[in-house]
Design a protein around this ligand. Structure first.
Ligand code: PGA
Length: 254
């Protein structure tokens, strides 16, 4: 039985003051069990969140990192630096990074291996564009991205990897992939992982859906056989939204 994982991706939202306001409201609420809960915040808010979320129900995540430990890489943040802050998860290969910041399958792979080597759990994003979706290339794209992200990742490390299937055309558009369709693609990704490793490893790996997940549709995704959680942008930005998503995810597993 895979523990569902609900991760909020704040993207480039929230100053430190806003992040502190969010956590003070969040920590005043009764936590919900049975769902792993992550907040992926901008780098600048990580120290404050690390302090306030310490010992809580909520794990901290970053949204990107460099693959080297240190070096002349102006503007970059290393796995060691994230680790030092108590970060547990790091989103890698988000479509916005692939699209706007030249992230490639090769750098996603380097980052995935670096994260694992430093005890960080990567949330590796894969997903097709609208054009690829319309051309019927979804499986081909997610298979390629998944395989290339996992080159050199050992079977024993797979337990710390989370995959997020996010069709690009569904991100921030309000156009979500139907739960059934998302489940089919996620089951296919699991099959790809079985081919790379074995069935038991594929059955154990957690695969999230992302793209316009909201409190009112999260349950429909998480009741699907192969969807193990959600990576949520917009709807995770308010405490009410975030906690409703978690409540929905928890209800889906009952
Ligand atoms: P969205 O973003 O929930 O706002 O569609 C999802 C994501 O980009 O991770």
């Amino acid at each position: 039985m895979r523990t569902p994982i609900l991760a909020g991706n704040w993207k480039m939202f929230k100053t430190i003051a806003e992040a502190n306001e969010f956590t003070s409201q969040l920590l005043a609420k009764t936590p919900i069990a049975g769902v792993e809960q992550v907040i992926c915040a901008p780098f600048t808010a990580l120290p404050a969140l690390s302090a306030s979320l310490k010992g809580s129900h909520y794990a901290l995540g970053a949204q990107n990192m460099h693959f080297e430990e240190q070096g002349a890489f102006t503007g970059e943040i290393s796995p060691l630096m994230l680790k030092e802050l108590g970060v547990a998860y790091v989103i890698l290969g988000h479509s916005e990074r692939r699209q706007y910041f030249n992230e490639t399958d090769e750098t996603v792979n380097k980052k995935t291996k670096a994260a694992l080597a430093h005890g960080l759990k990567p949330i590796v994003c894969v997903g097709e564009s609208l054009q690829e979706y319309e051309a019927g290339q979804t499986e081909e794209v997610v298979a390629r991205q998944t395989k290339l992200a996992l080159v050199g990742v050992e079977k024993a490390q797979l337990a710390d990897v989370v995959i997020a299937y996010e069709p690009i055309w569904a991100i921030g558009t309000g156009k979500s992939s139907s739960a059934d369709e998302a489940n089919k693609t996620i089951a296919y990704i699991r099959q790809v992982i079985a081919g790379l490793y074995d069935q038991a490893s594929a059955d154990a790996v957690r695969i999230q859906y992302g793209g316009s997940v909201k409190p009112d549709n999260v349950e429909s995704y998480l009741t699907q056989s192969d969807i193990d959680g959600a990576l949520v942008g917009g709807a995770s930005l308010t405490v009410d939204g975030y906690t409703s998503l978690i409540a929905g995810a928890s209800a889906a597993r009952r």
